[in-house]
Design a protein around this ligand. Structure first.
Ligand code: LLP
Length: 401
């Protein structure tokens, strides 16, 4: 049990808290579902890129899926072996491609024909052969929130099958490129297995057709996307997930790579915030708290639901909007939420905040970002200190005339 009250006293609010043992449990359950097959769990660093969290996964043997050179650097600093690091993303700059090649990571996941040309040219300059995979967009509807769907041709990610095939042939014929893998990722917070399996079937067929052209790929990268329970959604069991994917690979001797983010961290994380005021505008009840959209953006951006508990208060509940101090009507943590009448300094625990929580935060309204705390074996430790006003102005101050 996490002693939220004690943590609030010790570290202040708003505060992010991560249960590292929960992360370990999630990592093992997914990893063991793929046991008996060559596999790599490449943690999607964007979900929670705190260095101590990355280090925790590194110690469990994870690889990393990165979407900027900053994330690649973080992954390596956190102790993830370079040969377990993948670099994806639709818009890699030349300097990012160069550094990734110099760092000799597992492969660059290429997302367009134009990018392939840049990787080829930069590898030539460096006098090396660049290991690449190609992100295929299988045009499958993942049936999730439109902002986190990625596997439809309407989305900016990856390339269609025909383009992918041409790119593999182009890569095979280049002395600077070594096509080693194939990748797809159809979306995030997936709760249905059928679209994932359909995508895997399409991509496995592409792998077979490439074999006929003498192009042998070693890595079958199925992306991330496994959904978690925020409310009462029915989620996919790791074992069923693994079986559905592995059954599409009959006859192919490939290492399977997963890029889980949310599955590993979401329900290990809590966002702790304190009640400032209650107010009533006409019939509408508002609970104003010290955490806001700049700390946890998911409710504002996706209308995402996070379960919220009020500690040590069992007064009668009515509905309220739980809102932060930021000057935007879109600044809320929950709408029409059943909550007991609160008092000044009551504590609210926002659940499932370990993925895409802190990382999507900002300094909007000149608000310093929260501190982050890790809990392990009953002990809490600070893993990022709270930002101060001085931190926020540090990059501007010297330029004021
Ligand atoms: N691999 C690729 C190529 C991805 O684009 C993503 C997520 C992942 C792996 C990890 O997906 P996960 O296992 O975490 O679902 N900010 C949104 C989620 C954006 C996900 C972007 N890509 C949210 O808060 O729901």
């Amino acid at each position: 049990m996490i002693d939220f009250k004690q943590l609030a006293e010790q570290y202040g609010t708003p505060l992010y808290i991560y249960d590292l043992e929960h992360m370990t449990g999630q990592f093992s359950s997914l990893g063991s579902a793929f046991k008996g097959r060559k596999s790599l769990m490449a943690y999607a660093v964007k979900a929670n890129s705190n260095l101590s969290v990355i280090k925790h996964f590194a110690q469990l043997g994870a690889g990393a899926d990165c979407v900027s050179i900053g994330e690649v650097r973080r992954a390596m600093l956190g102790g993830i072996a370079k040969y377990k690091i993948i670099f994806s993303g639709v818009g890699k700059r030349d300097d990012e491609i160069r550094e990734a090649l110099e760092r000799d990571i597992l492969y660059i996941n290429v997302e367009s024909a134009a990018e392939l040309e840049r990787v080829d040219a930069i590898a030539q300059e460096l006098g090396i052969k660049a290991r690449i995979s190609i992100r295929v967009n299988p045009n499958i509807d993942p049936k999730t929130h439109p902002y986190i769907s990625t596997g439809l041709h309407d989305n900016k990610f990856g390339v269609d099958l025909d383009t992918a095939k041409r790119m593999y042939i182009r890569a095979k014929n280049s002395k600077n490129l070594d096509p080693v893998g194939v990748h797809f990722h159809i979306g995030s917070q997936l709760t249905e297995l059928v679209p994932i399996r359909e995508a895997a079937i399409i991509v496995a067929d592409l792998v077979r057709s490439l074999q006929a052209l003498d192009i042998e790929l070693s890595f079958f990268d199925v992306g991330g996307g496994l959904g978690v329970e925020y409310d009462d959604e029915k989620t996919i069991e790791p074992y069923a997930y693994a079986q559905a994917l592995l059954s599409t690979l009959t006859g192919l001797d490939m290492t399977i790579i997963c890029e889980p983010g949310r599955f590993l961290t979401a329900n290990a994380g809590y966002f702790l915030t304190k009640v400032l005021y209650e107010k009533q505008n006409g019939k509408k009840r508002f609970v104003v708290v010290d955490g806001a959209m700049n700390d946890l953006l998911r409710p504002s951006l996706y209308n995402a639901y996070h379960r919220i508990e009020l500690l040590e208060n069992d007064a009668e509940a009515t509905t309220a909007d739980i809102v932060g101090p930021v000057c935007e009507s879109g600044d809320f943590l929950a709408k029409d939420y059943m909550l007991p009448m609160t008092k000044h300094n009551d504590l609210l625990v926002v659940n499932s905040a370990g993925a895409y929580g802190f990382g999507m935060g900002s300094n909007y309204n000149t608000r310093g970002r929260s501190a982050e705390v890790a809990v392990e074996k009953g002990e809490a430790r600070l893993i990022r200190r709270r930002e101060t006003f001085e931190d926020l102005i540090a990059l501007e101050e010297e330029f004021v005339k």
